[in-house]
Design a protein around this ligand. Structure first.
Ligand SMILES: CCCCCNS(=O)(=O)c1cc(S(N)(=O)=O)ccc1C(=O)O
Ligand SMILES: [Zn+2]
Length: 260
């Protein structure tokens, strides 16, 4: 089972002991410095076809809360932008902080947001399975959206109202018909760079597409994420899930391109 976490003993600073790729040259997240990003006119807009969205369930895997999709349906894709193929939506999940402190993984000119949503897609044109794509350099495309505290997000309530049903690690419950289009900001302007998964196994298989515009969520909605537990139902100890973010990693000369 997973023996990694975000604590002192098992957190990002010791992941390299079990996952040496943690010290690789295309690790994520990174600090995005907007004025150092190269504006690339050949970068077209990203196109999201989430019309026939088929969410299946919502789960607590002890690291985050994940909404999984039926990826046998090849209509729910992201394409365009830096992508040569359409990539199929597999799951989305969040990273967040503790009370009042920051929780995003990517930062922008050193500033972090309260939380970050990741929509994970895989290149089903080139690879036969998600697992195979997850180890290929162009196998995954993760769309990152920053969450900033402010007004209530009217659609995020559908997710935060379901969190009590997956309070414990290992719990999963039906969560059908949720369309993540409702979680997008108004602008699809983005930064893009080649990186990795931000959790073990940290495979260097991700084309990152980070939207510049954050969505607004309320402190009350964020506090519901912190109600999730790292511990299983039968355990006596109850440890809350918070600060499940990896800090920015060395850019190692990588280029960050911007669509703007
Ligand atoms: C075959 C091994 C795949 C491991 C990666 N799975 S994933 O869904 O892409 C993923 C991505 C990410 S991230 N933050 O998008 O890199 C975090 C967790 C997971 C997960 O496994 O739940
Ligand atoms: Zn993530």
């Amino acid at each position: 089972g997973d023996h990694w976490g975000y604590g002192i003993e098992d957190g990002p600073s010791v992941w390299h002991k079990t996952y040496p790729i943690a010290q690789g040259n295309r690790q994520s997240p990174i600090d995005i410095v907007p004025h150092q990003a190269s504006c690339d006119p050949s970068l077209g807009p990203i196109v999201l076809n989430y019309d026939h969205c088929t969410s299946m369930n919502i789960a607590n895997n002890g690291h985050s809360v994940i909404v999984e999709f039926d990826d046998t349906d090849d209509r729910v894709v992201i394409q365009g932008g830096p992508l040569d193929n359409p990539y199929k939506l597999k799951q989305f999940h969040f990273h967040w902080g503790g009370k009042g402190c920051h929780g995003s993984e990517h930062t922008v000119a050193g500033n972090s947001y309260a939380s970050e949503l990741h929509l994970v897609h895989w290149n089903a044109v080139k690879y036969g399975t998600f697992e195979e794509a997850a180890t290929a350099p162009d196998g995954l495309a993760v769309l990152g959206i920053f969450l900033e505290t402010g007004d209530d997000h009217r659609w995020l309530n559908m997710i935060t109202d379901a969190l009590y049903m997956v309070k414990f690690k290992g719990s999963v419950t039906d969560f059908e018909g949720f369309n993540p289009m409702c979680l997008l900001p108004s602008s699809l302007d983005y930064w893009t760079y080649l990186g990795s998964l931000t959790t073990p196994p940290l495979y260097e298989s991700v084309v990152w597409i980070i939207l510049r515009e954050p969505i607004m969520v309320s402190e009350k909605q964020l506090s519901k994420f912190r109600m999730l537990l790292l511990t299983e139902e039968e355990e006596d100890q109850r440890i809350h899930m918070e600060n499940n973010f990896r800090p920015p990693q060395p850019l190692n000369g990588r280029k960050v391109r911007s669509s703007i």
